[in-house]
Ligand binder design. Structure first.
Ligand code: C5P
Length: 251
């Protein structure tokens, strides 16, 4: 087996208060690789949440999904290097100049501070988007998976470490951008949970089987009456999928 199931799981801390976030981190830190701080929590409690997660001995994924002019995004990225986050995100639609400027400044800042540079990942198309929204509202006439692939190639060429990507496109992204290009699935849904506002979902087991390096899960765990049990069920599903892959390799 290549990895511990826990290394695959990122928990989305989509809550409003530090107390709620701390309770989740304390209860679930043994089940997940990283805690993802998104706009909901960050706009409520600010960067103190990074310190809280670090103090609990865990790692931070800041999902700020930056999309602004190159200088602004690069300076924000440099601030995140100083705050010791492990991963942060930008919108690939911000363009290659925005991305490459951000990667360069993050690298220089990490070198100056003698710390590890965070992984910088690109968001291609939100998983709450389907083909209809893309075509009729945004007026993009490409097939949604082809569009995600084109954006992923821009991400790779501009220096990003990987992408957040939906269900059906991971194999083609890995093929085009290389096996080491990190693919994270932000819309994993176990069969026993509700889909909420996500559109293109995949089960944790199938996400691992499809080749995703990590999966992000929020509400299926955080809305569960027994959160640790929900997390364990997901880890069991990931483990079963990894074992099945190992067995297939030996056949
Ligand atoms: O609660 P749920 O499992 O739907 O949480 C998914 C998380 O992944 C949310 O925090 C959301 O902001 C994030 N995300 C997403 N789609 C993307 C990128 C991030 O749903 N393309």
């Amino acid at each position: 087996m290549k990895k511990n199931p826990k290394d695959y799981l990122i928990l989305a801390l989509d809550v409003d208060t530090m107390d709620e976030a701390k309770t989740l981190v304390r209860e679930l830190k043994d089940y997940v690789a990283e805690f993802k701080v998104g706009l909901q929590l960050y706009t409520s409690v600010g960067p103190d949440v990074f310190k809280m997660i670090h103090d609990e001995g865990s790692r931070v994924f800041f999902d700020g999904k930056f999309h602004d002019i190159p200088n602004t995004v690069a300076k924000a990225g440099a601030n995140l290097v100083q705050k010791g986050v492990n991963i942060f995100t930008v919108h690939i639609k911000g363009g290659s100049k925005m991305i490459s400027t951000t990667v360069k400044l993050a690298r220089e800042t990490a070198k100056r501070l003698e710390v590890e540079r965070p992984k910088i990942l690109g968001v291609s198309i939100l998983t709450s988007f389907g083909q209809r929204t893309l075509t009729e509202e945004i007026k993009v006439n490409l097939n949604i998976d082809d569009y995600a692939l084109e954006l992923s190639k821009i991400a790779k060429d501009s220096g990003l470490d990987g992408v957040l990507s939906a269900s059906s496109d991971v194999a083609s992204i890995k093929q085009a951008c290389g096996e080491d290009f990190i693919c994270i699935c932000p819309a994993a849904r176990p069969t026993w949970s509700v889909v909420n506002d996500q559109v293109r979902v995949i089960t944790p087991g199938n996400a691992v089987k499809a080749g995703f390096d990590r999966i992000i899960i929020g509400r299926p765990i955080t809305s569960s009456p027994d959160k640790a049990q929900a997390a364990q069920l997901i880890l069991d599903e990931i483990e079963a999928s990894l074992l099945m892959q190992d067995e297939e390799r030996f056949i």
